[in-house]
Design a protein around this ligand. Structure first.
Ligand code: GLC
Length: 644
């Protein structure tokens, strides 16, 4: 194939299955970080503990009405100091214009009524447009009644932690984490290009000695957020190396994968014959289940934006080969076909949950990442005759996707009640029950699980099928990408609080809830012994997810929730040897087959800490709401139109 970087390995003949999955690389990419880039990358960050609640630069809204405005979202983030963090009533004030929780109701307005955006969505003012750091633009974060630690306490706690020594135990955990993270670095020709998935001397390596694309994301963010010396070089090297791998011809059993597919993982090996480092990559051909990772490409685009946002180094994303890599990924997902939905049709096991778990079809995990990646690409694609059509398609897809997800995936008490009373067999565009979901298919647990206050995006929606399970990644990514409206983000946070025991338990965080048991486990997982109930992907608890929860909490103006989860993690994670996952309904037990010293458990903790200590870091992994996207209003036949 024509590659973004010249490859000699593209045409390497393959004779064995292994060779079909792994191709050798003899390319040498010179990756130099210029002095200018390095100085750009050193984000100004002061001693963080006294200044926990600084301005969230990300929250300063400019209305992204034009293409130039979209590119504004790429501007390098800076850290601003707030002169006064305490409001007149003792509440904590974070200057912002986006999440004005003082003007929004505690939980989402139910769909089907007067719009879900309970805040000031759609309004604009000159002040908003110009606003940088003025205290006129502020979010008032009131203590949440159902959480022990209020935001105000969080600030005072952080200060007092210094004197009573809790800070020093958490900072020694941070030190240990950095040391372990560093020891997992993988080098290609002496340059760091990624991290091993795990470094557990007591377990068989299997493929945990590879660099997984999705696993590297929290490591990359930790390196970008690191104080006082950020390390953007490894991120840049990783982005270029994986881009290079994208250019390989990917063949599994005589079948060639799409050009844009990014690897699930890669490995650096030393070829003693050629006396040089070589790469092996897995595009799903070696993975258990043989599924190509749909999430890798999306994470790659998202990370490219994080790198650009953090360093201000636009030269990387603007390189022709990087632009091409982005377009190849997008072309895979935007091609016209038989779809009547804007969501992306996926095979089971194509994301972090990379085994059979009944998440085929249109899983929220992938849809939210798809939306996030589209919005990041929108900021980074250069305008030229070649790209303009693609940019238009991206814009149209973003609009359609957000309408679809916000309306049809959203579940709260009112919507559950609506579905419970659905009529079936409705024909034509006037149907309310658009996917002909049979109310009897609603599982019993949902009725108990659904609180009066709160809501979430369900796992999957397709004809006559709603997967009501909760998936953490999809919901957090929906918040970070602003796929969730402000009111929906608030409701998701409410749900986490209301169902703390189920979703957080003793060891954060449940990847999915609830677990599949008995007959369902047999049918849906194919009797997978690794995915038994409340273990691994089937309701297991994954410490890595802490960073996503933390980011989403900060974005939704509810950092006290994250703080409480971080405290739980700090009690055990290091003592337990940084396991990959925990088992049990409350996540009490170290996972049956969990690796110890799992790299993303380590980096996930670091990112959570770096963000809670300096919320302005959120800007690297979060997008403003796009005011152009319409708010959901569920009315009869609202989605139907037909024109000639
Ligand atoms: C497991 C996880 C997958 C992860 C990999 C490496 O296969 O399911 O999400 O990327 O381990 O840690």
């Amino acid at each position: 194939m024509s590659s973004s970087l010249s490859d000699s390995e593209n045409n390497i003949p393959s004779t064995s299955t292994d060779e079909l999955q792994f191709h050798m690389d003899d390319d040498q990419i010179m990756i130099e970080t210029s002095a200018a880039e390095k100085s750009n990358a050193s984000v100004q960050q002061d001693d963080t503990t006294d200044e926990i609640w600084r301005n969230i630069e990300n929250s300063r809204v400019r209305f992204p009405m034009t293409r130039d405005d979209h590119r504004q979202g790429l501007k390098r983030s800076t850290t601003l100091k707030s002169p006064n963090l305490t409001g007149p009533e003792g509440e904590v004030v974070i200057p912002t214009t986006d999440h004005d929780s003082s003007k929004q109701s505690a939980s989402a307005s139910p769909m089907g009524t007067d719009g879900v955006g309970g805040g000031r969505d759609g309004e604009s003012s000159d002040k908003d447009k110009s606003g940088r750091g003025s205290l006129d633009n502020k979010t008032i974060l009131k203590p949440s009644p159902s959480v022990g630690t209020s935001l105000l306490n969080l600030v005072t706690e952080a200060t007092s932690a210094k004197s009573n020594g809790t800070e020093s135990s958490s900072s020694s955990m941070m030190d240990e984490a950095w040391e372990r993270l560093r020891s997992s670095f993988v080098y290609f020709q002496k340059k760091p290009v990624g991290t091993l998935a795990a470094l557990d001397p007591s377990a068989e390596a299997l493929n945990y000695n590879q660099v997984f694309v999705r696993d590297f994301v929290p490591t990359a963010l930790a390196c970008l957020m690191r104080v006082p010396d950020p390390e953007p070089e490894i991120v840049k090297n990783f982005l270029l190396k994986t881009l290079h791998l994208q250019g390989w011809k990917k063949t599994i059993d005589n079948f060639t994968l799409g050009e844009g597919v990014m690897p699930a993982s890669f490995k650096v090996m030393y070829d003693s014959y050629q006396e040089k480092d070589v790469l092996k990559a897995d595009f799903g051909g070696s993975a258990i289940g043989r599924v190509a990772p749909v999430d890798s490409g999306f994470w790659w685009i998202i990370l490219l934006r994080s790198y650009t946002k953090c360093t201000g180094d636009y030269t990387l994303s603007e390189r022709p080969e990087v632009q091409k890599g982005m377009k190849l990924i997008l072309n895979l997902c935007l091609s016209d076909g038989f779809d009547t939905f804007p969501t992306l049709l996926c095979a089971d096991g194509c994301s972090m949950i990379d085994r059979r778990m009944g998440i085929y079809g249109y899983p929220i995990e992938i849809q939210a990442l798809f939306f996030f990646a589209l919005r990041c690409a929108q900021q980074m694609l250069k305008q030229d005759s070649d790209s303009n059509r693609l940019i238009e398609r991206i814009e149209r897809r973003i609009t359609a996707l957000s309408y679809h997800i916000r309306n049809y995936y959203w579940l709260d008490f009112t919507q559950l009640n609506n579905i419970y009373r659905y009529k079936t067999e409705e024909y034509s565009h006037t149907a309310v029950n658009k996917f002909n979901v049979i109310p009897e298919s609603i599982p019993d647990w949902v009725f108990d699980f659904m609180p009066l206050r709160g809501g979430y995006f369900i796992g999957n929606v397709s004809p006559a099928r709603m997967d009501f399970r909760w998936f953490l990644i999809g919901n957090c990514i929906a918040i970070l990408s602003s796929l969730a409206t402000l009111a929906q983000a608030t409701a998701i946070m409410d749900l986490v609080e209301e169902r703390w025991e189920d979703l957080i338990g003793e060891m954060p965080l449940k990847i999915a809830y609830p677990a599949l048991e008995g007959y369902q486990w047999r049918i849906v997982t194919g009797c997978d012994p690794k995915n038994i109930r409340w273990s691994y992907h089937n309701g297991g608890s994954w410490p890595v997810l802490l960073w996503l929860l933390t980011a989403a909490c900060i974005k939704a103006g509810r950092p006290q929730i994250a703080k409480r989860a971080i405290e739980l993690v700090e009690q055990r994670l290091s003592k337990d040897g940084w396991p990959e996952y925990y088992d049990g309904k409350k996540g009490r037990y170290i996972g049956k087959q969990a690796r110890k010293y799992q790299t993303w458990s380590i980096s996930g903790y670091l990112v959570a800490k770096l963000m809670i200590e300096n919320p302005s870091n959120l800007a690297m992994i979060s997008l403003e709401e796009d005011k152009k996207i319409e708010k959901p209003r569920l009315t009869r036949s609202a989605s139907w139109s037909c024109s000639r």
